[in-house]
Design a protein around this ligand. Structure first.
Ligand code: ADE
Length: 229
């Protein structure tokens, strides 16, 4: 079984449109769909937005489905001028950007009383994903920064640490939470994001505009990964 997640309905709609033999159940008010994509047994669901929802539902799917891999796709804001709207960012590593215990002498993103800061995905999934040729845009390997905050131009203090302390490439709201739960459970995972905005003053309108195209990109990438599994 392979678990395929996104944060919102619109981020998983394309997966559902190609799923065969679909069976749907509901847990805590959110639908989860089991079936086949290109002959592979998959479970597709949204997590809901933000780190807490993402972590809770990732653990639920691991407990319930014991997946051999977990793939998380969706949208992200870019933190680099050469990573443009429509491009794909594969999480080379992921960090919780809003986890901050500087007073304890820890660098931003480090979980206190652990060595955990940057989380790295399954090397084989990442290697296969780098061979993905998208219909448009480029594929980047990058650092995905996750926090419970939609970043626009107004979040200047966040921009400062996202760039300076973390050297981030993309920003979103679930990836590092999913990565943390998967790595603690030793489940191979990959987080891949399509860039919807430049985390600036146009972020909200760009985000809404690109949703359908981004979801098609996510499906194409996941199909590429499934073909190698
Ligand atoms: N997801 C897509 N764009 C984002 C942004 N600018 N901030 C946080 N999450 C996002």
């Amino acid at each position: 079984m392979i678990v395929i997640l996104g944060a919102m309905d619109s981020e998983i709609a394309e997966f559902l449109s190609v799923m065969e033999q679909r069976e749907t159940s509901v847990w805590q008010g959110i639908e989860e769909h089991r079936g086949l994509i290109d002959g592979h047994r998959v479970l597709v669901s949204k997590t809901g937005v933000g780190k807490a929802m993402a972590a809770m539902r990732t653990q639920h799917f691991i407990d319930k489905a014991a997946p051999r891999a977990l793939l998380f796709t969706g949208l992200a804001g870019s933190l680099k001028t050469d990573i443009r709207i429509g491009d794909t960012v594969l999480g080379r590593d992921l960090v919780q950007h809003d986890l901050e215990s500087v007073v304890l002498g820890l660098p931003r993103g480090q979980i206190p009383f652990t060595e955990i800061r940057f989380l790295t995905p399954d090397p084989a999934l990442l290697a296969r994903a780098t061979q993905y040729q998208p219909p448009e845009g480029k594929v980047h390997l990058g650092r995905i920064c996750t926090g419970d905050q939609f970043i626009t131009h107004r979040e200047m203090s966040s921009h400062a640490y996202l760039h300076q302390e973390l050297a981030g490439d993309a920003v979103e709201m679930e990836g590092a939470a999913v990565a943390l739960v998967c790595s603690l459970n030793a489940i191979p995972y990959l987080v891949a994001r399509t860039i919807s905005d430049m985390a600036d003053e146009d972020a909200v309108s760009n985000f809404e505009e690109i949703l359908p195209r981004a979801s098609q990109n996510s499906l194409a990438l996941v199909r590429h990964l499934l073909a190698g599994m």
